[in-house]
Design a protein around this ligand. Structure first.
Ligand SMILES: [Cu+2]
Length: 502
């Protein structure tokens, strides 16, 4: 850890931040002189989550996932109690094509309620897997919906009321890959686990006995671990056998924001949270807050080795950046190129046949909403499961103006939709924020204008969530609820305010 004394959890956040400043002033540690993330040897072959088996029943592709307890060797020689789907840690990769109807049989073998949220997915609210769809121990929940959105790297994770940080941190998370006409025909590496590689980045704190610890000191923005895992392993390497490799990067951490890139080369950013960009963009690195994804294509020369690195994260105007992980720099994944590499084409693709229908147009926006985030509240309120905060009408295009008013890291996630960032403080977004997004890091005191359209599904009684994706913040109530209704319809008055009654 950073070596800065952290005030106890429960102190008002502004006081806590002030104490951190005082601690800094009286502390001999030079900020940035030490990375609190442990150096490791890169000697462990990168585990690749298996593709989940499925069966097609009456035209529906059916998957099964079981949340269960287990034991994992996250750090060599150390046994750690963990949770996973269909295994001790993380879960298999679900994969489906646009147009397919899918169903997932989610069974909870944990000793407490959990849920599974399909992060980034457009689907009915009752299938969303948020706090209103918890699964009791021993229970099974079977959401079903039709995939109707562009190819993308989505993911799934628990979203139980007030317990999301713990459930994700223990290991419950997996990828949900979507394919479409554009992605299938694209000149992009697409051999799963070979040249198209999932990279789930997470940080942990391990006790002396190997137990996963959450930081309960009250430090912002939550637990920043000194152990960094890729797909559940420390010090992982991947053998590259082609000229280019596609990395599907997911920040699956609870609080840490990464700045991922290669010290010795640039890379092609090809996709963000919700799918492909209009064209590849060469970048030095990409910043990922918890919940965000990016797909990058990296070129290697025969026989060489390079490492994906997390640079000092650009957190914007946060107070004491180094106490919030902003000075941490460390390697994440080693790539080892074979002496002979098979040819890979330059990344390129043509638009999907759905592109025109999918496109969002700022001129269509008829509703503007504003969201102010402070320490733990959104528009002055904390989460109340029985309260609907916003009501959107199906078929409308809206602009959400989102601003964090406090000097700490927050990220903003909206369920059901992929949005487009129109502007950041009035300026066009940088390339890494110009593609389809469902989660965005909020630099303090900057206004992010998000364009989105609510489509297809209405339910006045079952809400979707919008929230901070720093999971400790989320659990403390930094979340609100919205429903999508028919024109003229009002939000229901009998929204279920109690979790775990299903
Ligand atoms: Cu937050």
């Amino acid at each position: 850890m950073s070596g800065v004394p952290r005030p106890p959890r429960g102190l008002p956040v502004r006081v806590a931040a002030g104490l951190a400043v005082l601690a800094l002033a009286g502390c001999a540690l030079v900020p940035g002189s030490v990375s609190p993330v442990d150096e490791v040897e890169f000697t462990h072959e990168l585990p690749v989550p298996p593709l989940a088996p499925s069966r097609v029943v009456d035209g529906t592709r059916v998957f099964s996932l079981t949340a269960q307890e287990g034991t994992s060797e996250l750090v060599p020689g150390v046994q750690t109690p963990t949770w996973g789907f269909d295994g001790p840690y993380l879960g298999p990769t679900l994969r489906a094509e646009r147009g397919e109807r899918v169903a997932v049989e989610v069974t909870n073998d944990l000793p407490e309620p959990t849920s599974v949220h399909w992060h980034g997915m457009h689907l009915p609210a009752a299938m969303d897997g948020g706090p209103h769809q918890e699964v009791e121990p021993g229970g099974t929940w079977r959401p079903t919906w039709r995939i109707d959105q562009p190819a993308a790297t989505l993911w799934y994770h628990p979203h139980p009321h007030g317990q999301t940080e713990k459930h994700v941190y223990r290991g419950l998370a997996g990828l949900f890959l979507l394919d479409d006409d554009a992605s299938v025909a694209a000149d992009l590496p697409h051999d799963y686990g070979v040249d198209d590689v999932p990279v789930i980045v997470q940080d942990k704190v391990l006790d002396d006995d190997g137990t996963l610890e959450l930081d309960d000191s009250g430090a912002e923005p939550g637990t920043l671990g000194d152990v960094v895992l890729t797909n559940g392993a420390t010090g992982a390497y991947h053998d590259v056998t082609s000229e280019r490799v596609r990395l599907r990067l997911l920040n699956g951490s609870t609080a840490r924001t990464y700045q991922l890139g290669f010290p010795d080369r640039r890379m092609d950013l090809v996709a963000t949270d919700g799918g492909l960009l209009e064209a590849p963009v060469e970048v030095d690195d990409v910043r990922l807050a918890p919940g965000e994804r990016a797909e990058v294509v990296v070129r290697l020369e025969p026989g060489e080795t390079t490492r994906l690195h997390s640079f000092e994260a650009e957190l914007g105007g946060v107070v004491v950046p180094f106490a919030m992980g902003g000075n941490d720099a460390f390697d994440v994944l080693e790539l080892r190129a074979a002496d002979r590499l098979t040819p890979s084409p330059e990344p390129a693709w043509t638009p999907s046949a759905h592109a025109a229908a999918d496109a969002l147009h700022a001129d269509d926006a008829t509703v503007t909403r504003t969201f102010q985030l402070d320490d733990r509240q959104i528009n002055g309120r904390r989460m109340d499961m029985g309260r609907i905060d916003e009501t959107a009408t199906v078929g409308t295009t809206e602009v959400w103006e989102v601003r964090s008013t406090v000097p700490m890291p927050h990220s903003f996630h909206v369920h059901d939709v992929q949005f487009r960032i129109l502007s950041v403080d009035g300026d066009p977004p940088p390339p890494a924020l110009a593609g389809p997004k469902d989660t965005v890091y909020l630099e303090p005191n900057r206004t992010y204008r998000l364009l989105m359209r609510f489509e297809d599904y209405t339910d006045p009684d079952v809400p979707y969530m919008f929230h901070c994706h720093m999971l400790w913040h989320e659990d403390q109530g930094m979340m609100g609820q919205f429903v999508v209704v028919e024109p003229g319809q009002e939000a229901g008055t009998d929204v279920d305010g109690h979790a775990g009654h299903h």
